[in-house]
Each structure stands twice: as structure tokens, then as C-alpha cells.
Design a protein around this ligand. Sequence first.
Ligand SMILES: [Zn+2]
Length: 320
Amino acid sequence: MIQCNTKGEMKAETQFTNLYDLREYFSNETVCRAYLEQFRWGGRPVCPFCHSENPYRLGDGKTYKCSNKDCHKKFTATVGTIFENTKIPLSKWFVAMYLITSHKKGISSLQLHRDLGVTQKTAWFINHRIREMLKDNAPELLFNVVEIDETYVGGKDKNKHKSKRTGYSKIDQKKTMVFGAVERQGRLTAKKMPNVKQDTLLNEVRSVVDKSAIVVTDNNKGYYNLGKTHEHAVVSHSTGEYVRGEWHTNTIEGFWSLFKRGIIGIYHNISDKHTDRYVTEFVQRYNTRDTTEVERFNLFLSQCEGRLKYKDLIKKEKNV
Ligand SMILES: [Zn+2]
């Protein structure tokens, strides 16, 4: 049923292009679990506690026991993943993954709760766990022409979002700055910034953009010293200039526009402590815009390791 190549990698024979196909393919828990096992272990289960490769399967078909005499622990394919210790069937998780990653502007917990037939609290938790899974833990540097811009989310005064064009002093401090960089015809990266200081911005640019790249920004004074490390093209938005030859920041601004429509239209508003997860969700959708449904699903499933506990989600974040 599930095909693997000699390296234990999944062959691209699993095909679903829509929700109906996905539901038909992942019709029961056994199929879902076998799919997950292939993904994690490529046919050779590994003990998540001692990394022994000689566990044996117990009678229930899903539990393994480590044969290392110093370990002997039991585990299943969900241990150490976002699916660990939940009573939600994998088939529902898979549908949720599909819904969250294929809807251009995301899906609200309220909608997910209706679509999956789970409580709203559970839907909220699933949403956040899946966002955690989407995180790119080893992003590649951006090259060629890279557009950089920042936007603000949250805050009470909805009319203030254009203030970023007029300097830091008029920014509503309750808003959260999100920094973004996109390689033309390439990948995008974005994250919440702890503050709006020049050093913070410049350090972020230098950590995500290769030195060989040409960086395009607006005339935000936070980028004044960027020329010391990168070739830097500035478009003077404050004087009404938006395009000068090939220099513009339209790509990143198009992304902010989609991001904001999603935040306002789907999620209504987002709390500061979860901003990064929402940003991640939109970034990953953007970065997989040219992949097929099944490729995107498989890519994100391959990142399912790493848990996010409910108590970690709801705990208060230190103010930064
Ligand atoms: Zn073990």
C-alpha cells in the first residue's frame, strides 16, 4: 500500500489533490499510522528513548518495545511528535493538516471545530500544534535580489498601521513588529521582532540574507547602515516613490497584504505571544505555493517531530 525506495523514502505514489481524495486515502487509523511510521522510520522503527534500531512490535499492531536491555521502553510512532498523547485520531490530524496548509488565508479554530467535529478548544490546540510543525528549523539564506520590509500586527488602534512610514515615534507600542525578507522568485522568511531597534533589524537581515545579495528596502531609518554589509537599494516610500527600475518591495508587501487579510478576516486578531506561529503558517504556505498538495502534506508531515504541550501554549510569555 505504501511504497518506499531503497533508502526507505516514500515514493511519490500517494496522490491526493483534494480533501475528498485525502479522506479516501487515509480511510482508517491503520493506514494513517503506517504512513506515519514510514515517514519517521522508513520501515526500520527506532526507539525514541535510546535510539536502538531493534524494537519489536507488540500484539496491538501499533506499540513497539525496545529490545535494548537497559531500556525496554514501549512506544508508538506518535511518541515525540505533535500527535503524541492526544485522543484525536490521526485521520482527523491529517485532515486538519490539509485544511490548515491548503487554505490560502488559513482556517479559524471555529471553522476547524465545525469541520472536524471536535470542541473549539481542541481545534485551537490542533491549529497551534500544526503551526509549530510548520516551523522551518534550518532556513536557507536568501540570495540574489532580496526585498525587506516590516509590518505591525495587534494593538488597539486599527487606523495606526500606516504609521510605520512616518518613523518609530508614532508607532503604537502595543503593536508587534514582524520582519520579512523575500528572495525574488524564491523563498520568504518572516518573524516577530522583540523590538524596533536598528541593531535588531540589521542583525536579522545579516542572519537571513547572504552577503552577495542585493537588498531592497524602503527608507526606514532602521536600515541606514545596511550598506556596510550588503549592496543596498532604497525606494523612498516617504516621498511617494514605490518603484525605481527593478527596485521595489512589491513582493514582500503583497505577502503582508495576504497575511493581514488572513489575520483580520480569518483570525480577527492574534495575541502577541502566538504571533510567530501565525507568521510561520503564512510563510510556509507562501514557500510551498508551487508544490502539489501531496508534496506539501508530506513536507510538513516530515516535520512532525517536536511537541508542543498545552501548558506551554497557554503559559504567559515574558514581556519583551
Ligand atoms: Zn530504547
